[in-house]
Design a protein. Structure first.
Ligand code: NAP
Length: 244
């Protein structure tokens, strides 16, 4: 399926590595003017050294005011991918207030912040834009030691639906994708232990984890006009995990 984003300006958060980097590169390949936003400057510089026409911005989206100031200064976007997130694993009985706040600050509150700024400008400019939120299978199924992360992604799914409802009348579509395990740096946090990995693999009908490219392809589709009537969905990319 040939998809072109020529003439479109797209913001991707968490584009320094992993899935976000993959999304930024694929959108660039499809002709978009990509702004890659992330936390660690060195990762962004590595991306830009390979793809010099991708613009880079480093900001910790956990900082509401700084993020607001930086994203406001970036101007207008035709599309947004809310990909940056934080994950740590701990048993329910050991969950702390600090971990709760850290997850919700980055995975939920920052998405509200960045999306508000971008969507306001889309509305002002009458842009029929698209937003994709990167959620997780963990929003839908209980995974051991993932209480806070799961709750934050369930909140993100709820925010996706609310955004789809309120931004839809402006011609802005908002969708989420919900991947299974992808072996990025974040994937390694939860799934490096072979015993845990094998247990998860046994519950995925395709008997494998996902690839970055498989998430990228779904995001590209949801950002494109090929999905012009799709709004408010939470799309599993999970080899059938959630179907069982
Ligand atoms: P990753 O490899 O850890 O990359 C995350 C990216 O987000 C990094 O570039 C990181 O910056 C950036 N980031 C994190 N916190 C940030 C903050 N406060 N401000 C700005 N940037 C920040 O993770 P990933 O696996 O690609 O995950 C991408 C998305 O997929 C996340 O939403 C995640 O929840 C979701 N997901 C992942 C999996 C999986 O198994 N990997 C499964 C389901 C869903 P640095 O460059 O500083 O590290």
């Amino acid at each position: 399926m040939e998809i072109s984003f020529k003439g479109k300006r797209i913001l991707v958060t968490g584009a320094g590595q992993g899935i976000g980097r993959g999304i930024a590169v694929e959108l660039w390949r499809a002709g978009a003017d990509v702004v890659a936003l992330s936390k660690t400057r060195a990762n962004l510089e590595a991306l830009q050294s390979e793809y010099p026409s991708i613009d880079i911005v480093d900001v910790d989206i956990g900082n509401w005011e700084k993020t607001r100031q930086v994203v406001e200064s970036l101007g207008h976007f035709d599309a947004l991918v809310n990909n940056a997130a934080y994950a740590s694993c701990e048993p329910f009985l050991e969950c702390t207030t600090a971990e709760f706040d850290r997850h919700f600050n980055v995975n939920v509150k920052a998405v509200l912040n960045v999306s508000q700024i971008v969507a306001r400008k889309m509305v002002e400019n009458k842009t029929h834009g698209a937003i994709v939120n990167i959620s997780s299978q963990a929003s839908k199924a209980a995974l051991k030691d993932h209480t806070i992360y799961s709750a934050s992604k369930a909140a993100l799914d709820a925010m996706t639906r609310a955004m789809a409802l309120e931004l839809g009348p402006h011609g802005i579509r908002v969708n989420a994708v919900n991947p299974t395990v992808i072996m990025t740096e974040m994937g390694k946090v939860g799934w490096s232990d072979p015993a845990k990995a094998n247990e998860m693999l046994s519950k995925i009908p395709l008997r494998r984890f996902g690839e970055v490219k498989e998430v990228v392809d779904a995001v590209v589709f949801l950002l494109s006009e090929r999905s012009s009537m799709i709004n408010g969905v939470e799309l599993p990319i999970d080899g059938g995990f959630l179907a069982t």
